[in-house]
Design a protein around this ligand. Structure first.
Ligand SMILES: [Zn+2]
Length: 666
């Protein structure tokens, strides 16, 4: 058990972004009443209110925020106070045109939206730290303020900037990384295409060029951009810490495609917070939700975390913004809680009738409180109030999937062997197969300790540092089980292939080499000797000490190994040389899990999610039924949402949730 994640909050955090700028008095009054009815205990205030707090440079006006915080405090609602630095005011842009972001295509971004100033701009950073400091000085020890929310979604919508200020900062960063231009030339392989540099001043950001830009140059620019954003966060956090003892966080977007390297961010945050939005048209969007929650918990090193944003129903930025079905917002929220969230908040409390997000759902929709959505929100608030005992309990995982954003950045560069080499799709396929068997997963950095995991899966580890590769070898030799998919261990941290055949970093532990890539045509299927199907990829595998478990039965690798296993030290390493269909992957994983001693739970049937949070002497079993069929499961204890005893079994109705507290399994 952990102590309270957010000191002063003794229930699961529940609420949303609250931006009542300029609303009339009767609406503000009604908001407090509706928060009471819904059981709201935490709201995020001021995310985009820089203009209101600092109407002119250096002149602060706290009247609106004073009144808002006092009103919430009187209503017993805690405040997650945001710094407004993702929305610099118009006066800032007018006075500081050089702080605008220049994108990779050479366009200066307009400012009539939200985002960030140039992350390397001292003008922007200083202004952001000043407003953060002013807020912390005034509200740092206010009893209503429970938590600090720095900025908004760093990296989205601006991850990098290519202006002259950023170029100068990049050169400084490169000097610190490489020391000499000669070392940079070696690391970037600039002898290729005659790109050699003789002076730091010659190096530019990798703006759009005539053709594919140097890959190591591009990868380093992403590393640099990540570091610049993290420095922006640190500056605001430190300004807050000078005046406040409350925890400081920022809302990550852990599953966003262009994600910063949050492994570097997590140790800088007092607690981990995440935003997650369903891809509404995906039938299995709840599986992506589970992945996001498991990843967020992993960034939190297994501790509880905060779901800072999700939606009550439709969002406004997808091609087709499907509304959530009745019961879905409750299942979504409780799924996050099941996977370790100790607070679950929405964007947003009350819908705005104007602005870019007027079609985004809210706890109080445009149609008002006498609506299905507000009734479901209120029912959820009542449910969460019954889960106080769950606070601080932890989720355990026996299986880890490797997750390394710089490897994803590198794999996403131009000119790869196939456009179908999609790391995210590979990870999701493996995650889905494990979710179907109710195997709880953690995500791990490839160089982090893997002790305690019975099985580690590397579905897409294209880039592996020498430290990560030796970490994996040691894990297996000491008795671990490792499953590696194709196109892993191909390059090192400089984006160079090590000497000798592929996969250079993993040849020894896998007991095989890859002589040639044989990517498949779009839609082409290959048969495997064991009856399975592969797509996207095949390759010419030469076995060393590994044993072949299945072969390609046709296609360009016909007769060659498709699946192999290698006994290495006290452990085993499996290798998968194609992208199997779901049934083939499920069959392989069932066997790998059994050999690795990982218990799966498929007793209750398809679509029934089962996750356990462990507290002091108590286990909390969450059963979430995503199917249209009632399911029955075995349990002994007490159902927390109804308060009724459970003696042997319980029915989880279609679309519903049951949470049973039991005596800990030990
Ligand atoms: Zn810039």
């Amino acid at each position: 058990m952990d102590g309270p994640l957010i000191p002063g909050l003794e229930q699961i955090g529940f609420g949303g972004d609250y931006n009542p700028d300029g609303w009339p008095e009767h609406v503000l009054k009604e908001d407090m009443e509706l928060m009471r009815r819904a059981g709201v205990n935490l709201v995020t205030v001021g995310v985009f209110s820089w203009y209101a707090i600092e109407p002119r440079a250096g002149t602060y006006d706290f009247a609106w925020l004073d009144a808002t915080i006092e009103r919430l405090d009187k209503a017993g609602v805690g405040v997650c106070l945001a710094t407004p630095t993702a929305g610099p005011p118009a006066w800032f842009w007018r006075a500081n045109p050089d702080a605008r972001v220049l994108d990779r295509q050479g366009h200066t971004l307009g400012t009539a939206a939200r985002g960030i100033g140039c992350p390397s701009s001292a003008t922007y950073r200083d202004a952001a730290a000043r407003v953060a400091s002013a807020l912390a000085e005034r509200y740092g020890e206010h009893p209503a303020v429970k938590l600090w929310h720095v900025h908004n979604e760093y990296g989205v919508p601006v991850f990098d900037c290519y202006c002259a200020t950023s170029a100068a900062a990049f050169r400084t960063w490169l000097r610190a990384r490489y020391g000499t231009v000669a070392a940079l030339n070696r690391a970037w392989g600039t002898v290729f295409w005659g790109q050699r540099y003789s002076d730091w001043a010659e190096i530019e950001p990798p703006v759009r060029a005539a053709t594919a830009a140097n890959p190591t140059h591009q990868l380093d620019y992403q590393r640099f951009s990540n570091d610049e954003l993290l420095d922006c966060y640190r500056a605001e956090r430190d300004a807050i810490r000078a005046h406040s003892s409350r925890p400081v966080t920022t809302n990550l977007m852990t599953t966003n495609r262009q994600t910063p390297d949050y492994w570097a961010w997590a140790p800088e945050m007092d607690l981990i917070a995440n935003d997650h939005y369903l891809t509404a048209e995906r039938e299995d969007a709840h599986v992506d939700l589970a992945l996001s929650a498991d990843l967020t918990r992993s960034y939190a090193q297994g501790r509880p975390w905060v779901l800072m944003e999700h939606s009550t129903s439709a969002v406004n930025w997808q091609p087709r913004n499907l509304a959530k079905a009745p019961g879905e917002l409750r299942r979504n929220s409780l799924q996050h809680v099941a996977r370790g969230a100790d607070a679950t908040l929405f964007f947003q409390f009350r819908a705005h009738p104007f602005g870019a997000e007027k079609f985004h759902s809210a706890m109080v929709p445009q149609a008002g409180p006498d609506t299905r959505v507000f009734r479901e929100v209120s029912e959820l608030g009542a449910d969460l109030a019954l889960l106080r005992g769950v606070l601080g309990s932890r989720v355990r995982a026996e299986v880890a999937i490797l997750w390394d954003p710089p490897s994803f950045w590198a794999q996403d560069l131009e000119w790869r062997p196939s456009v179908d080499l999609d790391h995210r799709a590979q990870i999701e396929a493996h995650y889905r197969a494990l979710w179907d068997r109710n195997v709880t997963v953690a995500f791990a950095h490839p160089a982090a300790s893997l002790d305690g995991y019975r099985l580690v899966i590397a579905p897409a580890s294209y880039l592996l540092s020498a430290a990560a590769a030796s970490n994996l070898s040691r894990y297996v030799s000491e008795g671990g089980n490792l499953l590696v998919s194709y196109f892993s261990g191909i390059v090192n941290e400089c984006e160079h292939m090590p000497d000798g055949p592929m996969p250079g970093q993993l040849r020894e532990v896998l007991g095989l080499t890859v002589e040639e890539f044989l990517p498949l045509r779009a839609g082409q299927l290959v048969r495997l000797g064991g009856g399975g199907l592969g797509s996207r990829w095949a390759e010419h595998v030469e076995l060393g000490a590994a044993t072949c478990l299945d072969t390609f039965a046709d296609g360009p690798a016909s007769g060659r190994p498709a699946v192999a296993v290698h006994a290495f030290g006290s452990g085993r390493a499996w290798y998968l040389a194609t992208s199997p269909d779901a049934a083939t992957l499920a069959g392989l994983l069932a066997s790998v899990l059994a050999t690795s001693g990982v218990s799966a739970d498929v007793e209750a049937g398809e679509g029934l999610e089962h996750v356990v949070r462990r507290g002091d002497g108590q286990d909390f079993h969450f059963w979430i039924n995503h199917s249209g069929v009632d399911r029955e499961v075995g349990a002994v204890g007490r159902e927390l949402l109804s308060g009724t005893p459970v003696a042997g079994s319980i029915t989880v109705p279609a679309g519903d949730v049951r949470i049973v507290s039991t005596v800990a399994a030990g």
